[in-house]
Structure formats: C-alpha cells, structure tokens
Unconditional design. Sequence first.
Length: 117
Amino acid sequence: MNAPEGLELEGGPKPGELAMESGSQAPKKRFEVKQWNAVAAWSWDLRVDNCAICRNHIMDLCLECQADPQNARASECVVAWGVCNHAFHSHCINKWLETRNVCPLDNRPWQKLKEGR
C-alpha cells in the first residue's frame, strides 16, 4: 500500500515496513495477537419474537394448540405474516379477525402476506 503521489508519510515507517527501535537492528513488533475468540450470532428473520396476541414465542404453539395437543389443528399451527411485516400465530390472528379486521399492532387493515413456518 503506497501513499498517493505528493503525500509523504511522516513520523513512522512506510506501509509494509516494521518499526525499528533507535539504535537496534532487529525490527520491533507493533503488536502480537496472543488469543483470538471468534463470536457468531444468528436470529430468525422476524421483527417480533412473540405473538402479540397470545404472547407465546412465534415458533412455539399458540395457547389454543398447547391446551389441546391431541387436537389435529396443532400440526397446522403456523405463522401468518401481514403486509405490515407483523407475525402472529395463524389461529390467534384468525380469532382476532373475527372481531376486528385490523392488525393488532399498528391498527391498519389486515392483509395476509404469507403463512408458514
């Protein structure tokens, strides 16, 4: 890596050179990496982690399906996303829409974008 033409680097070694101690022939290390701890994180691509209606985690069963695990509908407990990017359990939002046809979080008319896990 060279300095652009007309620009001189002052007060230090040029890029690619090691610093030298004054009066010493051996190059001086600027720093040494002694240990490296890598960290990684991941998350679902959701704005919300919980269903705002039943307050259960969005990837768990809704309250209705948890109450009756033998019910055949438990296998159909999927997540419903609206165009507003809010996510709810399908059973929860369907019950909500029986009384009000708006998103419970932003009060805009509910339009389903997709449904699934």
